[in-house]
Design a protein around this ligand. Structure first.
Ligand SMILES: CC(C)(COP(=O)(O)OP(=O)(O)OC[C@H]1O[C@@H](n2cnc3c(N)ncnc32)[C@H](O)[C@@H]1OP(=O)(O)O)[C@@H](O)C(=O)NCCC(=O)NCCS
Length: 160
């Protein structure tokens, strides 16, 4: 990642920016209340990418359950896509999960979301099932993806 970007955990002070990012990235965004509640939970892993000027350009939430975890949401601002931030963010989330001893990571993705599917496939996720009509606006199936973290080796520390 270029030096002008910083990867760090999210805080309550980021909520307004997270809400704006969420609405810019998704057709059926989480509400501000859902974002705030998820951020407060002890089981949540949160990461944001901040520009040097202080603007948040990407974020991800994960949830840890025993030795498994789920990526709940992950998004890069439309103006910053295809610059490697999604890959860096995903690597940061997986590193944070690996350090907690997580063995398996799960996530759902819209079947039509080619960008995210390519990102996750590149990161070692494999298809594990389909949830019919899982999404709203528009209604769409979810592909369930799984990653075995026992083979995860990050070249970088989880945070910097
Ligand atoms: C999916 C998303 C996070 C990718 O972020 P990004 O910063 O653009 O991704 P990167 O630049 O790090 O790309 C990493 C790899 O992902 C794949 N990829 C990313 N965008 C892609 C696209 N539009 N089409 C095909 N492959 C794509 C490529 O393999 C890419 O590697 P490459 O650039 O060397 O070809 C971003 O498109 C996004 O925020 N989408 C909306 C929110 C979303 O769908 N989140 C996932 C919910 S499960």
């Amino acid at each position: 990642m270029a030096d002008s970007f910083q990867l760090r955990p999210a805080s309550a002070a980021d909520l307004q920016a997270l809400d704006a990012l969420e609405r810019a990235a998704f057709s059926d965004p989480w509400t501000a209340a859902q974002l705030a509640q998820t951020l407060r939970q002890d089981s949540t892993i949160s990461l944001v990418i901040e520009e040097a000027a202080g603007r948040l350009v990407a974020y991800a939430f994960g949830r840890v359950l025993m030795d498994e975890a789920e990526i709940l949401t992950l998004a890069v601002h439309p103006s910053q896509r295809r610059g490697g931030l999604g890959r860096r963010l995903l690597e940061g989330v997986l590193a944070a999960m690996a350090i907690r001893g997580i063995r398996f990571v799960w996530l759902e993705v819209r079947v039509s979301n080619e960008a995210a599917r390519a990102l996750y496939t590149e990161a070692g996720f494999i298809a594990s099932g389909v949830r019919r009509s899982y999404y709203r606006r528009p209604v769409e199936d979810a592909l369930v993806l799984k990653r075995d973290l026992s083979t995860f080796a990050s070249a970088r520390p989880p945070l910097r």
